[in-house]
Design a protein around this ligand. Structure first.
Ligand SMILES: [Zn+2]
Length: 414
């Protein structure tokens, strides 16, 4: 079976996760467990061992070693849920065979068209068979393509008699709402190191992500009849504006890229009596990340001095850059680079401007860089993936877990 055939099966399941579900509920939506059960069944059919689904919908399985020499246990991870940013129900995928490089009409009736001028990746995918949506839903290649590629790899290892060490496989719920790594059973998984297969473009290899925090700035005002307000009113909305104006104007998402960090004002609500500014703070660099948080506190301290204690800053760290945790094990990144090159794919290391389950897992002690799936335009109606990119990723994953040949230097275990 080819990877894309699996993907076409998995996208029939509605697994949209729900960010508003209470933290105690996992998975956040029942549909995820249906896919989880189907995947557990499929892994049993593929002859995998230790197949189990836990009460939270995490699915684990392993493929026993098939190799004389001892090898490290390599983990492969993908997530089952899809983003809430676009509908994930009634996904009707279509394959555009031998893409001609022109416009793709996703939905003639609704006039939804994908133009190469708006989506630059299409130029590279000329001649490929593209799996697209009907323009009303996302596709769910993020991250069902990752699942499809991992299970097709498992199948290919047996078919092609590829020597490999023990492989641990896990599929997680609720990644898109940032909870996928929370209940992950690292000891039970038993991998020495792992890879999430959850990235985009072929060749992209990621092991750096943001350090992330949220900051809620609460402003207490003093309201009084505007006619009698001179020297007395403290309008919380205006104080909030003053707070924000003290942040560097160019350090926002709209002005930054690569490894540049930012403050992002996500919402601002209130009246004269009180106001709340909700920020997220991001930076790849740890000292600069700390400095950003310190700046928010300093601005509040300065304004509290000026107006009397009216500002409170509630800072919470969300996740950290995995780079620090990966660099001591850089050979696992090199292993992925070699696996890509052997499949004719040039690796490109890029910093993620976000987080991944792998970042959480790395911080919890399981080093876990992120590999691509080959898909594009995740989280929206223009999501698509080339069939051939999925085949390529299977080749990459087979190379990745293949035991080094006799006489070559062995990859160290940890
Ligand atoms: Zn994803």
């Amino acid at each position: 079976m080819r990877a894309y055939q699996r993907l076409l099966q998995y996208v029939k399941y509605d697994t949209t996760s729900d960010e508003n579900a209470p933290e105690s509920v996992c998975p956040s939506t029942a549909g995820q467990k249906k896919l989880a059960a189907a995947l557990a069944e499929e892994m049993r059919r593929l002859g995998m061992a230790e197949v189990r689904m836990d009460p939270h919908g995490y699915v684990y399985a392993s493929l026993p070693a098939d190799c004389a020499e001892p090898q490290p246990v390599i983990g492969l991870i993908a997530h089952m849920d899809t983003s809430f940013s676009a509908p994930g129900k009634n996904v009707r995928p279509r394959i555009v065979r031998g893409y001609d490089g022109g416009d793709i009409v996703l939905n003639a009736e609704k006039g939804i068209v994908m133009h190469p001028s708006e989506f630059g990746s299409l130029a590279d995918d000329k001649g490929m068979d593209l799996i697209v949506t009907d323009g009303t839903t996302l596709l769910g290649a993020d991250d069902k393509a990752g699942i499809a590629e991992i299970l097709t790899t498992v199948e290919a290892l047996a078919e092609k008699h590829v020597p490999h060490g023990k492989i641990a496989v896990a599929f997680t719920p609720d990644e898109e709402i940032g909870r996928g790594a929370e209940r992950f059973d690292i000891p039970g998984f038993g991998a020495d190191f792992a890879y999430t297969v959850d990235g985009g473009k072929l060749g992209q290899l990621e092991y750096e992500n943001f350090n992330a925090a949220s900051a809620d700035v609460t402003v207490k005002g003093f309201s009084i009849h505007p006619g009698d307000a001179k020297n007395r009113m403290k309008n919380a909305v205006l104080l909030g504006i003053e707070f924000n104006s003290m942040l560097p104007p160019a350090e926002t998402p709209a002005h930054t890229e690569g490894r540049e960090g930012f403050y992002h004002l996500m919402s601002f609500s209130g009246d004269e009596e009180g106001a709340v500014l909700r920020y997220i703070v991001r930076d790849h660099d740890c000292p600069r990340f700390e400095a950003r948080k310190a700046r928010l506190r300093k601005i509040a301290a300065y304004l509290n001095e000026k107006y009397g204690a009216r500002f409170t800053v509630d800072l919470r760290d969300s996740y950290y850059n995995m780079k620090e945790k990966i660099e001591p094990h850089i050979e696992i990144v090199e292993r992925a680079e070699a696996a890509m090159r052997a499949a004719g794919v040039e690796p490109r290391i890029v910093p993620i401007r976000g987080g991944t389950d792998g970042a959480f897992l790395s911080c919890r002690g399981l080093p876990c860089p992120n590999l691509p799936t080959g898909g594009h335009n995740f989280h929206g109606r223009f999501e698509y993936i080339p069939v051939q990119a999925m085949d390529k990723m299977v080749e990459v994953l087979v190379n990745l877990v293949r035991a080094p040949a006799e006489g070559r230097e062995k990859t160290k275990g940890h």
